[in-house]
Write a protein that binds this ligand. Sequence first.
Ligand SMILES: NC(=O)c1ccc[n+]([C@@H]2O[C@H](COP(=O)([O-])OP(=O)(O)OC[C@H]3O[C@@H](n4cnc5c(N)ncnc54)[C@H](O)[C@@H]3O)[C@@H](O)[C@H]2O)c1
Length: 436
Amino acid sequence: MKICVVGTGYVGLVAGTCFAESGNDVACVDIDAEKIARLQRADVPIYEPGLEELIKRNVSERRLSFTTDLRGAVRQSVICFIAVGTPQGEDGSADLAAVLRVAGEIAAAMDGYRVIVDKSTVPVGTAERVREVVAARTSHPFDVVSNPEFLKEGAAVEDFMKPDRVVIGSDSQRATELMKELYSPFVRTERPIVVMSAASAEMTKYAANAMLAARISLMNEFANLCERVGADVDDVRRGVGFDRRIGHHFLFPGVGYGGSCFPKDVKAVIRSAELHALDFRMLRAAEEVNERQKRSLMEKAAAHFGTSLRGMRFAVWGLAFKPRTDDMREAPAITLINGLVDAGAEVHAHDPEALNEAQRLFGKRVHYHRVNYEALQGVDALFVVTEWNEFRRPDFVRMRQLMRQPVVFDGRNIYDPNEMRQLGFAYYSVGRRPVK
Ligand SMILES: NC(=O)c1ccc[n+]([C@@H]2O[C@H](COP(=O)([O-])OP(=O)(O)OC[C@H]3O[C@@H](n4cnc5c(N)ncnc54)[C@H](O)[C@@H]3O)[C@@H](O)[C@H]2O)c1
């Protein structure tokens, strides 16, 4: 099939590449000319495991191309995906400006029937608004489909290739059949394609993210209570996870959720409810707990050192909002680093992939290190904020030798408290009793 994907961010680039990998002709479109020029040179602007290799192969086999020419791309496509950003607007709702603009541009370029697919995360009613925008600018027939994306950054290619399910929101049989055909290579292992109305598909995406975010906040609250009453949240996590009604996923406590999706999607649901005179209390609480949790490492440091942090030196391992990505949008590390720098401390940061992004965010306010141990030289404590695999079994003896004080604040529970005590560290984690 000939398709185009407008927006070459984490979602559009991965979707476009994976559609090409399954044999389709795909044009990826973006307004960011620099990004397109980089992609044309096979210089991939984001880090996502396996993506670069797929892009190179599909470009060289001429199934995948990158362009700023939306009109040309629409002209040669049957299905046009909209995968642009839907950032948080001023009032918390999703900002649909880019989605509606692209819808209008697609309409203006159409020369026959097209399926226009909302892949961006958008509130209920957006497919209808897209339909209005398109109808106002073309007399050619078209269908609008909602096809939300559920991939996880850090495993985006794998998730796209083997989705748990594909959701198609459409009331058109013609469009639904085309979408089913497009997705058939991805659902061969008995994965379902769930067809519903566009409104329900739009809501499904928000409901999934809201449930995951709420689960994280609930677990973080249990971790905080465990710390106070002397239980170990790791045991509790295992104990409840074996309950088949609950399951093991998303039960790890930490320093709060971040990323480009959960924070803004939770806000968008709260706002959407408000607009319909509903106070979505569960999600307001999930959000409030998350904001507090992002400050928890800073609070533990203040309690441990008991004095001002001014003039102290700290290492931070892990800047991306989660492992295997370079994405720092809403990352808990930002809250921590801003807190430390504002308190007058010196921050030495390391991340396997996100250093460029961190430099863009913090500039000269932070010192950056390509090697994790180099960040430890002479520090008063280490904060572990992202659970990259390479941090899991470090050389603790070397760490102790490098650090001025052997203090570790582990925001992801990746070390064993007893082992850390034996090694001579003052060790703090989440929901497990502090060991001094
Ligand atoms: N990142 C994720 O893990 C994820 C997962 C599922 C769903 N989503 C949703 O998918 C959407 C895209 O997310 P993302 O993370 O890929 O965003 P992103 O910010 O990484 O990428 C968006 C891209 O759209 C381009 N763009 C903006 N306006 C444009 C226009 N008018 N014409 C052409 N290109 C334009 C930007 O230049 C950018 O390259 C959002 O709605 C998001 O909520 C994201």
